[in-house]
Design a protein around this ligand. Structure first.
Ligand SMILES: [Zn+2]
Ligand SMILES: [Zn+2]
Length: 236
């Protein structure tokens, strides 16, 4: 089926800064089909079944899926790729598996990313704008360097784990409380830990786009050594 015959969602919302693909898809679905947002994933499943394809809405791997989904959402395939967990491929996949002319995809053998039903979030970020940030899905990103607090990985009220969908709405689907009212552990005293989060993860993720913070101060060798030791010991 040519792309011109593929349905396209009529109402568009702009992707937000570092928004994850699922967060964006949820917001688009909610905006276009407020009564039945799940219809959008259903459209993708139907298309896969019609063409006897197997691919994932959450983490597509086939070029045709990138083309189809990006057309549906009014994005370019590159924009879609940048919102998915494949964004982490260049730091989690051995370079020999990547190719200069293609966008890197995560291999199936890397299980380390957080599950969509066990999402993390910064309540302060959610109180500013409710959506799920892509970097919260990276297992080593554990703090919000902007708000200097530990990310939460559960509902502060009922203690259940929360999904990307819950975080995107900033509401716990179990107890209905507002996730933006949670309290993250204050890390303002831990300057080294915060710098580690900012430099190693957020900065690293953005480095290829030239978005490394201008005020980034390189670690001293001693600071870097302090950071790597716990990693080797498996304590962080
Ligand atoms: Zn935050
Ligand atoms: Zn709850």
């Amino acid at each position: 089926m040519p792309l011109s015959e593929v349905p396209r969602l009529l109402m568009r919302v702009a992707p937000l800064s570092r928004e994850s693909w699922l967060s964006y898809a949820h917001r688009m679905a909610q905006y276009n089909y407020p009564e039945r947002p799940q219809i959008v994933q259903g459209l993708f499943r139907e298309w896969c079944q019609t063409l006897k394809r197997r691919d994932s809405f959450h983490l597509p791997r086939q070029q045709a899926s990138f083309d189809w989904l990006s057309h549906l959402m009014g994005l370019t395939p590159e924009q879609l790729h940048a919102m998915t967990l494949h964004r982490f491929a260049h730091i989690m996949t051995p370079p020999t598996l990547s190719h200069h002319d293609t966008l890197p995809l995560l291999t199936r053998s890397i299980p380390a990313l957080l599950r969509n039903d066990q999402a993390r979030y910064c309540p302060h970020c959610l109180s500013e704008t409710a959506y799920h940030r892509l970097h919260w899905s990276h297992p080593l990103v554990t703090a919000c360097s902007q708000h200097q607090s530990l990310l939460l990985d559960h509902c502060y009220h009922c203690r259940r784990s929360v999904s990307v969908w819950d975080v995107t709405q900033a509401i716990c689907s179990v107890c209905g409380c507002h996730l933006s009212e949670g309290k993250g552990v204050d890390l303002s005293h831990d300057s080294l830990g915060l710098r580690a989060q900012q430099h190693l993860f957020t900065g690293l993720l953005d480095a290829r786009e030239g978005l490394l913070p201008e005020d980034a101060v390189p670690f001293t060798a001693w600071e870097a050594y302090d950071l790597v030791v716990p990693l080797a010991q498996g304590t962080c």
